[in-house]
Each structure stands twice: as C-alpha cells, then as structure tokens.
Design a protein around this ligand. Sequence first.
Ligand code: FAD
Ligand code: NAP
Length: 253
Amino acid sequence: MPKWCTATVVDKKIWTEGLFTLRIATDEVQPFLSGQFLHLGLFPQGHEEDDSKIINRPYSVASPHGQELEFFIVLVDDGELTPHLWKLKNGDAILVGQKAAGSFTLKKSPPSEVLWLVATGTGLAPYIAMLRTNEPWENYDKICVVHGVRQFSDLAYTEELSALESQHPGKFKMIQSLTREEANGTLKGRIPGLFENGEIESASGFQCRSDNSTVMLCGNPAMLDTMEEVLGKREMKRHRSKSPGQIVLERYW
Ligand SMILES: Cc1cc2nc3c(=O)[nH]c(=O)nc-3n(C[C@H](O)[C@H](O)[C@H](O)COP(=O)(O)OP(=O)(O)OC[C@H]3O[C@@H](n4cnc5c(N)ncnc54)[C@H](O)[C@@H]3O)c2cc1C
Ligand SMILES: NC(=O)c1ccc[n+]([C@@H]2O[C@H](COP(=O)([O-])OP(=O)(O)OC[C@H]3O[C@@H](n4cnc5c(N)ncnc54)[C@H](OP(=O)(O)O)[C@@H]3O)[C@@H](O)[C@H]2O)c1
C-alpha cells in the first residue's frame, strides 16, 4: 500500500469524451525517473478517514520530475476507479502515492542508434515524460514515436509531437495509426501488422533491426505480445540486465 499525499487537480484537458489529461499539484512526491508510474487514488464516499479503503491504480507519469504532475487517462466504462477520475474538476482533491516505481525508463534501456517508442492508447504517457527531458535527445541518433489508437479523435499530444518533428528534422518522427477509420497523415491498421509489412519503417525513414534499434512497448498487453513475436522474427528479444536485448515493455493490464 503506497504512502499517500493529498494533491489538487489544477487542470483537466479533455482530448475527446472519456480521454483526458489531469495535471495535479503537490510537492510531496519523491524524485522519479521519466517512464515510472505513481499510484492515484480516491476515498470511496463515506470512507474518507480509512486508508485501507482507498481505490487506487498505477498510472505512468506523463511529465518529468520537477514539473507539475501530469497523467493521461482513459475512462474504462465499467472500471472501478476511472469513472471517478473522469468526474474530477479543477480544485478537487486526489490522492497520489509518494514514491514512484517501475523500470520502464531510458536508464534501464539499452543504447542504440534508433529508439522506437511504441504505444497503444494511453501507453503514450511515459514517452511524453521522456521526450520532455534531454535524455533521449542526447543518447539516441533517431527517435520514432508510434501511437496506435482506434480513431482519429483518440489521438492526443499531436501538437507537441509535431513541434518536436519541426525542431528535430531527420532525428524525430511521429507515426500515428488508426484501426477503425482512415485519416490523412495516419496509417491504417494495428501496429504489429504495420511493422511486419514495413509501413512504419518506410513512413518514418528509419530501420528497425536488432543491431541498430531499441524498442519500448507500452499499453495494451495483446499488442506487446504480438510485437514481441514480430520483433522476434528479426532476432530481437527482451532486454534484461544479465542478458541484453532490444525490447523493453510496460503492460497496462
Ligand atoms: C504500470 C502501469 C501504468 C499504467 N498507466 C496508465 C496510464 O498512464 N493511463 C491509463 O489510462 N491507464 C494506465 N494504467 C492502467 C490503470 O492502472 C488502470 O488499470 C485503468 O485506469 C483502469 O482502472 P479502473 O479501475 O477504472 O478499471 P478496472 O476495474 O481496473 O478495469 C481494468 C480493465 O480496464 C481495461 N484497461 C485498463 N487500463 C486501460 C488503458 N489504459 N487503456 C485501455 N483499457 C484499459 C482493461 O480491459 C483492464 O482489464 C497503467 C497500468 C499499469 C500497470
Ligand atoms: N476515446 C477513447 O479512447 C475512449 C473514450 C472513452 C472510453 N474508452 C474506453 O477505453 C477502453 C479502450 O481504450 P483504448 O481504445 O484507448 O484502448 P485499446 O482497446 O487498447 O485500443 C487501443 C489501440 O490498440 C489496438 N489493439 C487492440 N488489441 C491489439 C492487439 N492485439 N495488437 C495490436 N493492437 C491492438 C486497438 O485496435 P482495435 O481497434 O483493432 O481493437 C486500438 O487501435 C474501452 O473500455 C473504451 O470503451 C475509450
């Protein structure tokens, strides 16, 4: 059970119905690395004094340490916590665990020429936190964010990522893919298929090989599993401290 601090919602950005970013103010959270997660929690009504009743879940922090905490969240309609998070307004209280956890960080990822940051849905959050630090820009020659969602309105952080493309031409690429509709400037299909048929590499201009790439995968666990199979065919495997590889992943459920 995390040690809790009380924080305040200072901004709620709604990308589309049910998909939102919360900014939260507190100065009690301990230093953390971009890519790590914190627990968010709420007291159920009528149990405001009882820590053991706090409904809580882990969330990747979408901002680096030292800035206002940011979380990119999707409403799971029949979920236990997100329907309550979705109802929060500016000024409302929220509980945040004091200590972050997780090894989905650039520190724990192998060096390489190309860094692939691959996400479905809200799995984009840890990459936003990483890209707001100097670390990826100093340690990788090329960086490609691949974001897969159901439909165009589920795309988020596009402006920020497009601005990075303009600031780092030839070094940074954003690839967005939609599975349930078509739209200009996006690919159509699930991420593993688009890697397998070469569309993501040709759209980015970067190659994904075992001798030049690190691939971070975050979000839907079924995407992670299929991507591991697809990358396995290219002799790429999970990175472990005692057995170096190219793939680092964070499963959301
Ligand atoms: C390390 C880690 C980091 C996470 N970071 C984030 C994050 O940054 N943003 C975020 O929205 N969620 C994140 N999650 C998921 C989050 O912890 C909750 O599981 C989610 O918010 C649902 O909570 P709930 O109580 O409403 O639903 P629950 O009652 O717990 O229902 C869980 C079910 O909801 C679905 N689900 C859970 N998370 C997602 C998701 N992100 N996208 C689509 N479907 C989902 C799955 O079907 C899952 O079985 C993270 C999970 C882990 C383990
Ligand atoms: N705007 C929103 O995003 C929104 C708003 C309100 C509520 N919700 C709720 O949030 C939940 C789902 O959220 P989500 O759409 O962000 O997450 P998701 O279901 O994980 O879908 C995100 C992307 O992952 C793809 N995907 C699913 N399985 C895959 C696999 N095996 N391999 C590769 N890709 C795969 C999906 O493709 P497919 O389309 O092919 O499945 C989709 O493009 C649902 O409960 C939904 O009702 C979402």
